[in-house]
Design a protein around this ligand. Structure first.
Ligand code: SF4
Length: 235
């Protein structure tokens, strides 16, 4: 059976991103950032519907199996994801590969501001870009999960190349499974995504899988951009 390609797009305003969420991503509590941050964040948020072009895609396949020693096979391609991810996926009947982007505009504007010396404005837009792409993939995942639940299926945690033991270099074979330029995302030679505010990864699904707490508390990757987000969601 052919894999199914699902396509999603959202406006920035549909994602309900507010000042509190950005404060949290900046390391403050909600409503706790000092002046002039709240006004600056509000001003930046007001520009984001124009700056963002939010798109996502899922490649959903039942042609999927897991070797619990550290890999999964989807559409004939093996991904060496390590034991941590393989353990999470081991009971999945299928896998959905995802890509999602906030678009090029927000990252470019952030860089322009920084180059012009407006470091705080640039930083705030950079943070909003990261929160946007995470909110968009959350929305896609929730929509996919609701669809699956109707048929008694559930989803496992989502995982991305470059994190939790999955090498970033596997992005090349990952993107080769999608149509070229899907969602306007391209890979650099070093396997980074362009636009920069983009994410990719896998969600396992089936009757016998479940979401569990991420193992961020015990992980050694101190610089992981997901650590704060995952730990905040676990509270
Ligand atoms: S900190 Fe958490 S999300 Fe990041 S690599 Fe470690 S386990 Fe994965």
């Amino acid at each position: 059976m052919q894999p199914e390609l699902k396509i999603y797009s959202y406006s920035f305003n549909e994602l309900d991103i507010n000042i509190g969420l950005i404060e949290e991503a900046m390391g403050y509590g909600r409503g706790q950032s000092p002046e002039p941050f709240p006004d600056m964040i509000a001003h930046a948020l007001g520009q984001c519907d124009q700056l963002c072009n939010i798109q996502g895609s899922l490649l959903v396949s039942g042609n999927f199996s897991v070797d619990k020693t550290g890999s999964f096979l989807i559409e004939g391609v093996t991904f060496n994801v390590g034991k941590k991810i393989a353990r999470q996926l081991r009971n999945a009947d299928g896998g959905a590969l995802f890509i999602c982007t906030a678009g090029a505009g927000i990252g470019e504007r952030s860089k322009e501001l920084m180059a012009a010396g407006d470091l705080i404005e640039g930083y705030i837009l950079d943070v909003i870009g990261s929160v946007t792409v995470e909110a968009a993939i959350d929305k896609i995942q929730n929509s996919f999960e609701s669809e699956l639940n109707k048929f008694g299926n559930k989803i496992a945690n989502r995982y991305s190349p470059g994190y939790c033991g999955w090498a970033l270099s596997e992005q090349k074979q990952f993107f080769a499974l999608f149509p070229e330029n899907q969602c306007g995302i391209k890979l650099s030679d070093s396997c980074l995504m362009d636009p920069i505010k983009s994410v990719s990864g896998v969600i396992g699904f089936g009757t016998n899988v479940k979401k569990t707490a991420y193992e961020c508390q015990m992980c050694e990757l101190e610089t992981c951009i997901y650590r704060k987000i995952r730990l905040a969601k676990a509270k």
